[in-house]
Design a binder for this molecule. Structure first.
Ligand SMILES: C[S@@+](CC[C@H](N)C(=O)[O-])C[C@H]1O[C@@H](n2cnc3c(N)ncnc32)[C@H](O)[C@@H]1O
Length: 259
C-alpha cells in the first residue's frame, strides 16, 4: 500500500492538500516548543509545516518502514526542511516526557488504533510526551450511519502512470458495528493500453471509528482539557452532514484524571 500512497493520494485529491494543510500550519504557528506528527506517512503534512518551525525540533513518527523510507528519501533532496524521522507508533512514542509543545496525527492516522484499550494507551503516550498545556490535534471521519455498512467493490480512483499504464483502485468495506471497526480492502489493477493486466494486488487495512461524544470522554479520562471538536479544518461546527471530525485539546497541568 505504501508504494501506491502518494500516487493514489494525488489521483484522488489532485494535490498534496486535502484541505488540511493550512490547519496544521496554523497549529505550528500558534504553539511553541518542539513538535511531532505521529503516523507521518510519506511526509505530506510534515514537509508542508516543517518550514514554519524555525529552530524548533520537528519529529515524524511512523511505524511502517516503507513509509518511513519514502519520507527519508524526500528529506534527502536539496532544500528540504529539517525533520527527524523515528520508528514508533501512537502507543510507543520514542520521545521523552514533557518534551513537545505540539503533537498531532493527520489524515485519520489515529483511527488505526483499533480498540478502546489501545486508544487509552495511545492517549496516555500523547499526554506523556506533551508539556503541560501542550496541544494535541487529531482528525477522524465523523461516523455517518449511511456509509458505515458493508460495500461491494467499487471503482474509487483511476489514473495514468508515467509508464503509460492505467491504475484502477477498487475499494470494498466490511463493518463491525460493535467493535466500531471498518476493514477496507483496496485492489489495484494496473493495465496496459490494450487492457492487459500488468499488476493485480490487494491489501486490507482496519480503522476504528469514534463518535464525537465518545472522543470527549476518552480525552477527559486521559488528562486533556480545552477539548474542541470541529466539523472541518476550517473550524466549522460539527454539522448535519458528517464528514470530518477534527479535535484539539490541551494537556491538563497537574495530575491526570482518575479513570
Ligand atoms: C492515511 S495515512 C496518513 C499519512 C500522513 N499523516 C498524511 O496525512 O498523508 C495513515 C498513517 O498512519 C500510520 N499508522 C498506522 N497505524 C499506526 C499507529 N498505530 N500509530 C501511528 N501511526 C500509524 C500508517 O502507517 C500511515 O502512514
Amino acid at each position: 500500500m505504501s508504494a501506491r500512497y502518494d500516487s493514489d493520494f494525488r489521483a484522488i485529491f489532485h494535490s498534496e492538500d486535502r484541505g488540511d494543510l493550512d490547519f496544521f500550519r496554523a497549529l505550528v504557528l500558534a504553539t511553541d516548543g518542539d513538535l511531532c506528527e505521529v503516523g507521518a506517512g510519506t511526509g505530506r503534512v510534515l514537509l508542508a509545516v516543517a518550514p514554519l518551525a524555525g529552530t524548533r525540533r520537528v519529529f515524524g513518527v511512523e511505524p511502517s518502514e516503507s513509509m518511513r523510507d519514502r519520507l527519508v528519501a524526500k528529506l534527502a533532496s536539496p532544500g528540504s526542511p529539517r525533520v527527524e524521522v523515528l520508528d514508533g507508533s501512537f502507543t510507543e512514542l520514542p520521545l521523552p516526557e514533557a518534551s513537545l509543545g505540539l503533537v498531532f496525527g493527520a489524515f485519520r492516522s489515529f483511527q488505526h488504533v483499533l480498540t478502546v484499550e489501545a486508544q487509552l494507551a495511545a492517549l496516555d503516550e500523547l499526554h506523556r510526551v506533551l508539556e503541560p498545556g501542550g496541544l494535541l490535534a487529531l482528525d477522524f471521519f465523523d461516523p455517518a450511519y449511511h456509509i458505515l455498512k458493508r460495500s461491494r467493490p467499487t471503482l474509487g480512483a483511476c489514473y495514468g502512470t508515467p509508464d503509460g499504464t492505467t491504475v484502477e483502485r477498487w475499494e470494498s468495506r466490511e463493518v463491525d458495528r460493535v467493535a466500531q471497526r471498518v476493514d477496507v480492502t483496496f485492489r489495484w489493477i494496473e493495465r496496459r493500453p490494450d487492457r492487459s493486466v500488468v499488476h493485480d494486488e490487494a491489501a486490507t487495512y482496519a480503522v476504528r471509528y469514534t463518535f464525537p461524544n465518545e472522543l470527549i470522554h476518552l480525552l477527559a479520562r486521559s488528562g486533556f482539557e480545552a477539548i474542541d471538536l470541529r466539523g472541518g479544518y476550517d473550524g466549522r461546527p460539527l454539522g448535519k452532514t458528517p464528514r470530518e471530525l477534527v479535535v484539539t485539546a490541551r494537556k491538563r497541568p497537574g495530575s491526570k484524571a482518575v479513570r
